[in-house]
Every structure is written in structure tokens, then in C-alpha cells.
Write a protein that binds this ligand. Structure first.
Ligand code: AMP
Ligand code: MN
Ligand code: MN
Ligand code: MN
Length: 317
């Protein structure tokens, strides 16, 4: 049964049924669409509550927010911060951040600052592995030179015909132990969570199923994340299998974390999962967006007109 017109966010189940997509990238980091194009595409694919979460950068949020306002799509400013923890790269998503927060912006600028040197080194490694001029080639694919990363190298290597798709490039060249992989030290877990909270946001552990950590290390990561002030965990993610939805739903319960849902969309040709197309969160979970004002806005927009009002559906916003 659908919630009544202008249902408040506390109607049982209404927030869980929203098509929330709280993890997506634009050209401002390693996505292939402009921020406004990501918003338009999300709207076309039925997303009712959207966050843009570019890696280590908030520069796309103003464009995305105004595109979302034009479409009447409830929008949440976000970011995905790269963290080094226990020698692994971990991602922490920040949602409902204030993009103008100085401490957050300074922290993100420091996190971005090593990317160019790392990319030059990747170019040298790849040249030794037989792929020439990859640094210059990767730069042709960036929307934002400060955010040059592995995805841009992957696009160049596909363009060169060396691999069929970016996934193959990661398997053969860009993952740890492969010839184009250059280790890098990102932000600390405590700093990343602190910047997000300091900017008024909610910290969410991104795609926990992707980390190459044993059970004990993963437990200690999640406990450390929660102790640092982390409040949410991605359960239904474009990076997770159905078994992982169940596993991390259980983890969310055990650690008392709220649950998030996000496609991790990077572009129409590369992403396994389209914006807004993931299954709903298991209904035993508390969604991270439960009590946000943007959620109330999204629910009142998605509710049907009461019977007898005779409002054509196209006339409703
Ligand atoms: P970077 O921050 O430069 O290390 O790049 C990390 C990004 O590479 C991730 O956010 C993904 O977009 C992409 N990536 C990592 N592993 C893979 C993979 N196996 N297949 C496709 N893309 C990947
Ligand atoms: Mn990415
Ligand atoms: Mn990520
Ligand atoms: Mn991501």
C-alpha cells in the first residue's frame, strides 16, 4: 500500500520504499558524465533521493544541486573520501555535508594532493610494462586534473586496444601487485570521519564487501569506523552481490549502524548497475536517510493524489 498524499516521513515503511541512490560519480572525479547529466539521468531512471559523491572533491555539488532543484529532485550533497587503513584503501562516503566547510575542503585538498605524482609514477610503471605515454593519455580523460586516478588510465588503456574494458585493465594492470599499481597513502579513517561530521554530515562506510580483509580485520575496521563517529554502512551497493546484501544487513544490525543504498554509478558504458536500479534495503534495517528533511520532501512528492481530486499525473510536480 502506498503512503497517503503528503505522508510524513514517519509513516511506517515510507522512507524504506523510496528509490534512494546515495552513491554516484561525475566527471569531477572519475565518472564520465557532468554533474548535471548525472542528476538528469538519475531522475529519468526513477531516483527519488539522490546524492552525488565524487572522490575527494566537492566541486560538482553546486551544479548538481541546481540541476536537481530545476527537476524538483530531492538532492543530498556528498563526497567519497579515500582512506588508508591497515595498508588497505577504504572509502568513506559523507552524506548531507556542507560543501563550504573549510576544514572539510582543506582535508580533501590534502587528500587529492598526491594524485599527480602517483599518476606520473603509474605512467612510468606502465611504460616499463609496454604501454607508452599513459600519463598524458590518462589526462585526456580527466574532467579535473587534480583528480587523475586509475579509472582515467583504464579508459586510456582500453582506447589503445590493449584491453577490452576497464575491468580487464584493473585485473591486468591497476590492482595491487600488477605492473601499473603504485601504492598510495590517503587520509586516515579518523580524519575522514571527523571532516564529514565537522561539515554536519553522516559518515557511511562504502562497499564493505570490496575490501580484501579477513573477517577479523573487517570487524576491527567497522568497530574503528563506528568508534570514530561513523553512523552508516552501505548494504545494497552496486559493488555487492546478493549474498553480500544479506551479510552486511546482518553487520548493520550487529554494529547498530544505519544502512545505505547506492549504485556507485560511474557512467553509462562502465557501470554494472544503473542509477536507481538496485533492490530496496531489507526492511529490518534503519535507512541512513530515515529522518532527513530531503526524505520528507521526496515522500510527499512520490505520494499519489487522494481519490477524487482528479489531478492529471502530469500536472503534479
Ligand atoms: P583511485 O582512487 O585512483 O585509486 O581509483 C579508484 C577507482 O578505480 C574506484 O573508485 C573505481 O572507480 C575504480 N576501480 C577500482 N577497482 C576497479 C575494478 N576492479 N574495475 C573497475 N573499476 C575499478
Ligand atoms: Mn571511482
Ligand atoms: Mn569506492
Ligand atoms: Mn564510488
Amino acid at each position: 500500500m502506498k503512503a497517503p498524499m503528503n505522508a510524513p516521513a514517519d509513516v511506517p515503511g515510507a522512507p524504506l520504499r523510496l528509490n534512494a541512490d546515495l552513491h554516484a560519480h561525475s566527471r569531477v572525479s572519475d565518472g564520465s558524465l557532468a554533474p548535471a547529466e548525472v542528476v538528469r539521468r538519475a531522475h529519468e531512471h526513477g531516483v527519488e533521493l539522490l546524492a552525488l559523491t565524487d572522490h575527494d572533491e566537492v566541486g560538482g555539488l553546486a551544479e548538481a544541486a541546481s540541476a536537481a532543484a530545476r527537476l524538483g529532485l530531492p538532492f543530498v550533497p556528498g563526497v567519497e573520501i579515500s582512506v588508508t587503513w591497515g595498508g588497505e584503501t577504504i572509502h568513506v562516503v559523507g552524506l548531507r555535508i556542507d560543501p563550504g566547510c573549510q576544514a572539510l575542503c582543506d582535508g580533501l585538498a590534502r587528500t587529492r594532493s598526491g594524485r599527480d605524482a602517483r599518476a606520473r609514477e603509474m605512467g612510468e610503471d606502465l611504460a616499463r610494462a609496454g604501454i607508452a605515454d599513459a600519463y598524458a593519455g590518462a589526462l585526456r580523460f580527466v574532467g579535473n586534473p587534480a583528480m587523475v586516478g586509475r579509472t582515467h588510465f583504464a579508459r586510456f588503456i582500453v582506447e589503445q586496444g590493449v584491453c577490452r574494458d576497464v575491468h580487464e585493465v584493473f585485473q591486468r594492470y591497476l590492482s595491487e601487485g600488477k605492473p601499473g599499481f603504485v601504492p598510495h597513502r590517503w587520509a586516515s579513517l579518523g580524519d575522514a570521519v571527523g571532516w564529514i561530521r565537522g561539515a554536519g554530515g553522516v559518515a557511511v562506510l562504502a562497499h564493505p564487501g570490496r575490501y580484501r580483509l579477513g573477517e577479523t580485520a573487517l570487524w576491527s575496521l567497522i568497530a574503528g569506523f563506528r568508534d570514530a563517529g561513523g553512523e552508516g554502512i552501505e548494504v545494497v551497493s552496486g559493488s555487492h552481490t546478493r549474498d553480500q546484501y544479506r551479510r552486511f544487513a546482518q553487520v548493520a544490525h550487529e554494529f547498530g549502524l544505519r544502512a545505505s543504498r547506492g549504485s556507485d554509478f560511474h557512467g553509462p558504458d562502465e557501470s554494472r548497475v544503473e542509477l536507481g536500479s538496485l533492490p530496496a534495503l531489507p526492511d529490518t534495517l534503519v535507512p541512513v536517510w530515515l529522518d532527513w528533511p530531503e526524505t520528507a520532501q521526496a515522500i510527499s512528492r512520490s505520494a499519489p493524489a487522494p481519490a477524487g481530486t482528479d489531478v492529471p499525473s502530469t500536472a503534479r510536480a
